[in-house]
Design a protein around this ligand. Structure first.
Ligand SMILES: O=C[C@H](O)[C@H](O)[C@H](O)COP(=O)(O)O
Length: 262
């Protein structure tokens, strides 16, 4: 890594590092997608290479699979693993109840399948992802490419009927072309500003023809590891009702990662 990590990368790194410490020998672990999850993969790669940690990993995207293999993790499909001990993933937003918005990187479909096939889901995030109410981050909804405009129209009608604050939906683009997910689908981003009833919205969205999965994760996350730029990490466990504070030394550790930053 050239030079110092930025405060945001330090925050992501310490959250990932603390979560990696929760992984035990022999575990089957779901690996999330995104810049924070990439730090986790690096931490686990280091633990495998240097400490002999023996784990089986199920990635949630082609990107994560590539990085995990590159760093020497044993990667299998969810079908092969069947069930996972733990999934560790990033988030775009999390609220007090540990409900989430995910899918900023377009991977929420696989992420939700993998997280719900796990005994527990641990979210790793910098402190800036914490919100009082979900919805400032555009909510990703994966839709079938076939008839996506019809799905979009139904979706917008649904938002009106639910009296959601913001109702604009945009097709996610990759340059001049629609962004295509690992499953070959499109993503509509819902600019809602504030989601009053996330539980209800999550259910209603998935009933619209053409909608494959939305980025609301309700009652799925068990623990969040919140990283701060000064190395402080807070671990909140929603089931135990506990909150622990810790401090990690990233200054020594960050040199171990070479030129792998996202
Ligand atoms: O589709 C992407 C995932 O849901 C990510 O976990 C989420 O977007 C957070 O990504 P990052 O850690 O890069 O902020």
């Amino acid at each position: 890594m050239s030079g110092e990590l930025s405060p945001i990368d330090k925050a992501k790194f310490v959250a990932a590092k603390r979560a990696a410490e929760m992984v035990e020998d022999g575990m089957r672990v779901g690996l999330g997608t995104g810049s924070t999850a990439a730090w986790l993969v690096r931490c686990l790669g280091q633990m495998v290479a240097e400490d002999g940690l023996n784990i089986t990993a199920v990635p949630t995207s082609a990107r994560t699979a590539g990085l995990a293999r590159e760093l020497g993790l044993k990667v299998v499909s969810l079908e092969e693993a069947k069930w996972l001990d733990m999934t560790i993933d990033g988030a775009d937003e999390f609220d007090h109840d540990l409900n989430l918005i995910k899918g900023g990187g377009g991977a929420h479909l696989q992420e939700k399948i993998v997280a719900t096939a796990s005994d527990q889901m641990v979210v790793i995030a910098d402190a800036g992802k914490r919100v009082d109410t979900l919805g400032a981050f555009p909510l990703p909804v994966e839709v079938l490419a076939f008839g996506w405009q019809a799905s979009q129209a139904l979706l917008e009608e649904t938002l009106v009927s639910m009296d959601v604050l913001g109702r604009t939906t945009t097709l996610r683009m990759n340059g001049a072309q629609p962004y295509v997910t690992d499953e070959g689908n499109y993503i509509l981003d819902l600019h809602l500003k504030r989601i009053g009833n996330a539980r209800q919205l999550a259910l209603v969205l998935n009933q619209i023809p053409g909608v494959i999965e939305n980025g609301l994760f309700i009652d799925i996350c068990d623990r969040v590891v919140i990283g701060h730029g000064d190395g402080t990490v807070i671990v909140r466990d929603i089931n135990e009702g506990t909150e622990e504070r810790d401090r990690l030394d990233f200054m020594e550790e960050d040199n171990l990662f070479g030129d792998l930053s996202d």
